[in-house]
Design a protein around this ligand. Structure first.
Ligand SMILES: Cc1cc2nc3c(=O)[nH]c(=O)nc-3n(C[C@H](O)[C@H](O)[C@H](O)COP(=O)(O)OP(=O)(O)OC[C@H]3O[C@@H](n4cnc5c(N)ncnc54)[C@H](O)[C@@H]3O)c2cc1C
Length: 355
């Protein structure tokens, strides 16, 4: 069976981002790479959005970028500006196409459906398939989004809505998220932060219909695309081995308080690429420990007091938008961290340290 210098398990966001980074930096000129990916064909299956706090390779896959956003709780709306760190949405269809076209040019890169098709004994492995053990205490961010087209001008495409908590909370944390791509096209998503043990929360189609028709008062629209997903708000099991690094969600690249992963994956890919010659000796790349600690406390409060979360999120966004964006994107300094921490309800957070 054929052997390869490197194997990437999972040709999704992290696997393909890494392969692309290695390829454009000519690290695969005299090395071979196998990508193991079971899917039959690549098509758009996700929309990756984030505040652009760092450069990335996929500007040409950005579907839309915004410099203003809102956060809502019942009867209150906060308008925020984010021109210094625009919010970008990447179309996964364009991303897959761009990367696969580039990778095809290099004969040293091969795709397989299953790892049993090759000999992996002497290869260095980058694994993006998470190992998730069932635990009823784990929190998830689970959601369903639809892209819609309206008959008349409906959206203000200059401003997106990050969180609208003016909806049924069902003793959990629930909000809607709206990305207006144009005056007649947008993505509307229902999002829950929960342990996924209440099946009524998965009634996504009805939630979206009710929000569009009764909350936004929109009657004439058609659904053109749908995406559904669940992001673990905990770290998947990570076994440290000499010839393997986990990447993507499996590699702990998700910011647990927000679910944002895309830009962390890009930074991890750059780190691996810069150190590929010494790959078996490098230090594990992680989200800074201070965010791991703060997110852990935040999620304990969320778990214990879901009813407080709309207010907590709303207050958090009362900080300067630049500060909060840097904080949520792992780029804040200690001074900025403190200014966010002081916005939080002190007693609930101090108690959470001892749960
Ligand atoms: C619908 C959705 C929307 C999201 N939106 C955002 C967002 O807006 N912003 C953000 O920052 N993050 C977002 N995320 C979180 C995160 O960025 C994505 O989940 C991202 O795709 C994670 O990349 P990954 O490579 O770890 O996983 P994936 O992209 O899921 O890649 C894993 C790959 O492994 C393959 N695979 C599965 N089993 C095997 C196997 N046994 N052997 C080999 N391969 C296998 C799969 O087919 C897949 O291609 C979103 C997640 C989802 C699910």
């Amino acid at each position: 069976m054929k052997e390869f210098d490197y194997i990437i398990i999972g040709g999704g966001c992290a696997g393909l981002s890494l392969a692309y980074e290695l390829e454009i930096h000519e690290k695969l000129k005299d090395k071979t790479l196998a990508i193991i990916e079971p899917r039959e064909e690549y098509k758009k299956d996700k929309t990756w959005s984030f505040w652009k706090v760092a450069s990335h390779n996929f500007e040409d896959c950005v579907k839309k970028s915004w410099e203003n956003f809102t956060v809502n709780i019942p009867k209150k709306t906060n308008h925020l500006e984010c021109a210094s760190y625009p919010y970008q949405s990447i179309d996964s269809g364009l991303f897959y196409e761009k990367i696969n076209n580039k990778l095809k040019e290099n004969k040293n890169i091969s795709f397989f459906k299953d790892i049993s098709e090759i000999n992996s004994t002497n290869s260095f492995i980058f694994n993006s398939v998470p190992s998730i053990k069932k635990n009823h205490r784990n929190l998830w961010q689970h959601f369903c989004g639809v892209e819609i087209e309206t008959q008349n001008f409906f959206f203000d495409d200059e401003i997106f809505n990050l969180m609208d908590f003016d909806c049924d909370q069902r003793e959990s944390v629930h909000f809607f998220y709206t990305l207006p791509y144009s005056k007649t096209k947008g993505l509307v998503e229902t999002t829950w932060l929960s342990k996924m043990n209440d099946s009524s929360q998965k009634d996504y189609d009805n939630q979206i219909k009710d929000y569009l028709e009764n909350h936004l008062n929109l009657k004439n629209y058609k659904i053109t695309y749908k995406e559904e997903g669940a992001i673990p708000l905990f770290y998947p099991t990570y076994e440290e081995t000499k010839n393997k690094i986990n990447i993507g969600t499996a590699g702990g690249m998700t910011r647990l308080s927000t679910g944002y992963t895309f830009l962390n994956i890009q930074e991890h890919s750059k780190y691996i690429c810069n150190n590929i010659e010494n790959i078996s000796k490098i230090k594990r790349f992680e989200i800074n420990k201070k965010y791991q600690f703060l997110d852990d406390v935040f999620l304990r409060v969320l778990d214990k007091h879901p009813e407080k979360m709309p207010d907590i999120f709303f207050k958090m966004f009362k900080s300067s938008p630049k500060t909060i964006i840097k904080f949520l994107s792992n780029k804040s300094n200690y001074f900025e961290d403190l200014s966010i921490i002081f916005k939080m309800p002190k007693i609930a957070f101090i108690k959470a340290l001892f749960y």
